[in-house]
Ligand binder design. Structure first.
Ligand SMILES: [Zn+2]
Ligand SMILES: [Zn+2]
Length: 352
């Protein structure tokens, strides 16, 4: 029997480090996919949350881990999620409650039996001690993340929310890999189109196609906003100033080829479409323009669309977006974004 609240040893390797101080080791259970959640401790970092697969990437002697969003470098143990901290605290409380039970049993002089006869005779008095039910320690409940990638530099399998830039293990720039993965999910939707058409009919397949084009334009816009933000940050602008620029100067101009070109030139000081030919740029523009009537007019062509896209389609007819067109838009977007990004942020292996 122990006099202390915590019993040394056990699965958590509890160790008294002096006085009332104990050390306890908690192994964090991975999620169903074998991934371990991590969280950046920097307040201003958003979304700050990511996952890594133990056993991939840098597996030996990892001294630092990087936040994939803000590249804060810290000891890997500084990336615990709030749920993991809660889990460790609950396990410690559970150990303490076990200790309380042990101490009560000892104080009452109870052995292995929970009962003890206090008075025996004509009237017998028996004491029984039933330890209270300890609350179950709930495993950490973590978020579902949207995208998994494997770093092409160090092999770390990891998952992030949105578009991240850095590999958590080797700290190298994997932004374009994220962009490729994002477009790859749209390509998968396109591949499924014939099956969806067969199973669910033409209207559903047409909607899938329209949504795919929407997604391509959204990714294009999101990537350009990230490049613009990072460029302004490198130029020394504060995050408030950056958001002001995005709100006032960028607005939704990155959804359209011509306005994207101008905004990018103004804010980043570089040519956005340097990676493709004039003809390819016009082609991309024409495909992106199809999004306008889809979004704003339920697929009905209006005069504005006709003026801008010069597509020759008759007013009032449904806009037809084709699978190969969306696939082409993905291919061209990747070329444009990849070359614009690399021209602006060539990664040389150093810390920024
Ligand atoms: Zn961060
Ligand atoms: Zn890496």
């Amino acid at each position: 029997m122990s006099d202390s609240l915590f019993e040394e040893g056990g699965p958590h390797r509890i160790r008294r480090t002096g006085g009332d101080h104990y050390e306890m080791s908690v192994s964090l259970p991975p999620d169903e996919d074998g991934m371990l959640a991590r969280e950046c401790e920097v307040d201003a970092c958003s979304p700050a949350y990511f996952k890594v697969r133990p056993g991939t990437g840098i597996t030996e002697g990892q001294a630092v881990m990087y936040c994939p969003y803000c590249r804060t470098a810290s000891d890997p143990s500084h990336f615990h999620t709030r749920e993991q901290i809660r889990y460790a605290q609950d396990l410690a409380k559970d150990e303490a409650l076990k200790g309380v039970d042990r101490m009560v049993q000892k104080a009452l002089g109870l052995g292995s039996s929970p009962r003890k006869k206090l008075v025996d005779g004509l009237i017998s008095v028996e004491l029984e001690y039933t330890p209270g039910q300890r609350p179950m320690v709930r495993r950490p409940l973590e978020e579902e993340l949207r995208r998994d990638i494997r770093c092409r530099h160090c092999g770390l399998d990891h998952a992030v929310f949105g578009l991240a830039i850095w590999c958590p293990d080797c700290g190298r720039d994997v932004f374009i890999q994220h962009v490729e993965a994002e477009f790859a999910s749209v390509s998968k939707m396109l591949e499924e189109l014939p099956t969806r058409r067969e199973r669910l009919g033409h209207r559903v397949a047409a909607r899938d196609l329209e949504n795919s084009l929407e997604d391509v334009v959204s990714i294009f816009e999101a990537v350009l906003k990230i490049i613009t933000r990072r460029n302004l940050q490198t130029a020394g602008k504060s995050s408030d100033q950056i958001e002001e620029v995005v709100r006032r100067n960028v607005r939704n101009s990155y959804q359209n080829v011509a306005s994207a070109e101008n905004t990018y030139r103004d804010l980043v000081g570089a040519e956005l479409f340097g990676g493709i030919s004039q003809q390819e740029k016009e082609h991309l523009s024409a495909i992106f323009e199809k999004r306008h009537p889809i979004t704003h007019n339920l697929g009905v062509v209006d005069r504005r669309y006709l003026d801008r896209a010069r597509s020759g389609e008759l007013e009032g007819r449904e806009v037809r977006v084709t699978g190969p067109e969306v696939a082409k838009a993905i291919e061209l977007s990747l070329l444009v974004l990849g070359s614009a990004y690399r021209a602006r942020f060539p990664f040389d292996g150093s810390l920024r």
